[in-house]
Design a protein around this ligand. Structure first.
Ligand code: SF4
Ligand code: SF4
Ligand code: SF4
Length: 255
């Protein structure tokens, strides 16, 4: 069985906003595209055009119809029915069972930043880790006979050949609604930690004790009754404060 390193100061991970995720699957497709050619390549497809297509995806988006009958911490009054999109990838847990069950040391947690990875050269394909992960975040490649998983795009985030703005996970870069955020959740002052504090971010299944680093931001309370049907307030634009080019554009479009 494989030992864990002492808890790292730096805890890289994702913060996923369930309020703004629209279930478009851009993150999942972008993840597959980047990782099929990078650190974890290839991510195989089996019978992609057949009756029962399958394959390796590090990130999957599930959509649910939810109709809460009672309030919760983030919204004390019961909410109207809604569609909730739930992206699911490795949560880079602090005490991951997937690592401690691994008999060969193939699954490991990095001491320097907490990223959980698989060394495919050591993996014997026993699948113990996928049984141990309660989040279903392990992906076995039938074709290669080894286990694969989200790498937190380690080959992007430290990649000095990329422009600095691009040193982010592919899924974060691709999200059109900016529902995915990447950063150091071990630093209470980081942008992601502040976002979690402001929005009441939560752990997935905290009662299991694996201490996921990734956090989910709950949906904001929906407007109900009069508030939901009220006409939007007119917005006034202070044209004098605009740059000259935009002032000209405003004049042209206002004719
Ligand atoms: S989410 Fe699953 S695969 Fe990822 S670190 Fe936690 S236990 Fe391991
Ligand atoms: S499938 Fe590979 S990574 Fe998972 S427990 Fe077995 S040897 Fe370790
Ligand atoms: S961090 Fe990278 S590997 Fe993980 S889900 Fe996002 S794109 Fe995929």
């Amino acid at each position: 069985m494989t030992d864990l390193p002492p808890p790292s100061k730096k805890k890289l991970g994702l913060v996923i906003d369930l309020d703004t995720c629209v279930g478009c699957h851009a993150c999942a497709v972008s993840c597959k595209e980047w990782n099929a050619g990078g650190f974890a390549a290839p991510l195989t497809d089996e019978q992609p055009y057949g009756k029962d297509p399958a394959g390796v995806w590090f990130n999957r988006v599930h959509s649910y119809e939810v109709a809460p009958t009672q309030g919760c911490a983030s919204s004390p009054t019961p909410q109207p029915a809604m569609t909730l999109h739930f992206p699911r990838s490795c949560l880079h847990c602090e005490t991951p069972a997937c690592v401690t069950v691994c008999p060969t040391g193939a699954s490991y947690k990095r001491a320097e930043d907490g990223i959980v990875l698989v060394d495919e050269d050591k993996c014997i394909g026993c699948k113990l880790c996928s049984w141990a992960c309660p989040y279903g975040a392990r992906e076995y490649s039938e074709v290669e006979g080894v286990m694969k998983k989200c790498t937190l795009c380690i080959d992007r985030i430290y990649n000095e050949n990329l422009a600095e703005a691009e040193r982010q996970p592919a899924c974060v870069q691709a999200c059109p609604t900016r529902a995915r955020h990447f950063g150091d959740l071990g630093d209470p002052e980081s942008k992601v930690s502040r976002l979690v504090a402001e929005r009441g971010g939560v752990d997935l299944l905290p009662q299991l004790g694996y201490q996921p680093v990734n956090k989910y931001l709950p949906p904001r309370p929906r407007r109900t009754g009069e508030a939901a049907t009220a006409a939007p307030q007119d917005e006034t634009l202070d044209t004098a404060a605009l740059p000259p080019m935009l002032r000209w554009l405003d004049r042209v479009l206002s004719r």
